[in-house]
Design a protein around this ligand. Structure first.
Ligand code: SF4
Length: 364
């Protein structure tokens, strides 16, 4: 039921002979009160509640495990109705609380530095499952916390599940839904160029593009979608995006020791993105068991950053948050006793940093 738009719910309400304004009442309970049952919706007529209960489900996700990091970051394991598991991450900072959301069970993009990639794609999440993460995560917030920012950087490639992503964004940003400012939402992509344009034409959200390499040869290896949308194509698509005058793209760049972190890489990166309204987010790699890469040491990342800054680019280094609970994912899964094929990997899409409103720490 949480995937319905207001107009869809108004149609349903009318069809059962109730006044259309009842749909707004139901939406109010679903999103403002985050009701967990139809019985809670006191002013909604019993006949309508009964009809909805017989024909729709509220779409709750269960939080089956929570891993706490010393810095306040919490990794949540959500269990879906079919038994599959996905992860979300709550990241509190001094002025906001960010939720990292998954968009798929597994992922088909096969990025070489990503544990989730090893699962392959199990299935797309439904819009109700995307939104259900927000409701379920809210129950894990302390009294002083309130989710303020949302990043689609959990498991999966959001733009590969566009219809469900779009429906979820509609509900998130609608005044009858969660009423979240689009500027507090960031969608991260490995570079599905044609869908990026559609996303920004339909939703004025922030966009983060995972670059990670400065040559097609290396990017083909690290981010295989590059074979379909090579760097020149991707960057030209970025140049043509309808960003508006205030927004800029964030390019994510995970620092892999001896792979993409040389001064020559920094110079090439600067040349590639210089024509674009953008910022660069340099990300610490958080190794996982079997990962074929090592993280670049901080001093080398700072040298890399200095080269970008010297070319008048905006480049930030994102601290890794909750690294110890990412490392403990195996334990989380073991406790959950889920079949391996139904578990998510770590959250590996890098974090956004486009605006002050959307600067969560790095999850990688
Ligand atoms: S980094 Fe993101 S897009 Fe790439 S495989 Fe992992 S989850 Fe998929």
């Amino acid at each position: 039921m949480r995937e319905l738009t207001l107009s869809e719910l108004e149609t349903i309400v009318s069809e059962v002979g109730e006044a259309r304004y009842r749909a707004r009442q139901v939406m109010h309970w679903l999103w403002r009160h985050q009701a967990s049952s139809l019985e809670e919706m006191r002013e909604v007529p019993a006949r309508l509640r009964q009809y909805l209960a017989q024909n729709y489900r509220l779409g709750h996700l269960t939080v089956s495990h929570v891993a706490h990091a010393a810095d306040g970051t919490r990794k949540l394991l959500f269990r879906l109705a079919d038994g599959a598991g996905i992860e979300g991450v709550i990241i509190p900072t001094h002025d906001r609380t960010t939720l990292c959301i998954s968009s798929q069970v597994g992922c088909a993009m096969a990025c070489e530095f990503c544990a989730t990639a090893r699962m392959g794609l199990v299935r797309n999440l439904k819009a109700s499952e995307i939104l259900g993460q927000i409701i379920a995560a809210s129950t894990q917030c302390t009294q002083a916390e309130r989710l303020t920012n949302y990043v689609f950087m959990g498991m999966g490639e959001p733009l590969a599940n566009y219809p469900n992503l779009a429906r979820a964004l509609t509900v998130m940003t609608a005044e009858w839904g969660l009423a979240v400012s689009p500027r507090r939402i960031t969608v991260s992509t490995v570079g599905l160029a044609p869908v990026m344009e559609r996303l920004l034409a339909e939703f004025p959200v922030n966009l983060a593009v995972s670059l990670h390499a400065t040559s097609d040869e290396l990017r083909n290896q690290l981010v295989p979608i590059n074979r379909r949308y090579p760097l020149a194509h991707l960057l030209e698509s970025c140049r043509q995006l309808p960003l508006g005058h205030r927004r800029r793209i964030t390019f994510e760049y995970v620092m892999l020791q001896g792979v993409n972190d040389s001064p020559a890489d920094a110079v090439r990166l600067a040349r590639l993105v210089a024509p674009l309204k953008c910022k660069i987010n340099l990300i610490f790699f958080n190794p996982f068991p079997g990962a074929p890469f090592q993280p670049t040491p901080r001093s080398r990342i700072e040298e890399f950053q200095a080269i970008l800054l010297s070319r008048n680019l905006t480049a930030t280094i994102r601290e890794s948050r909750g690294a110890e609970i990412a490392a403990a994912c195996g334990q989380l899964y073991a406790q959950a006793r889920m079949p391996r094929s139904r578990l998510t990997g770590l959250n590996h899409c890098p974090s956004p940093s486009d605006t002050r409103e959307t600067q969560p720490p790095t999850l990688l």
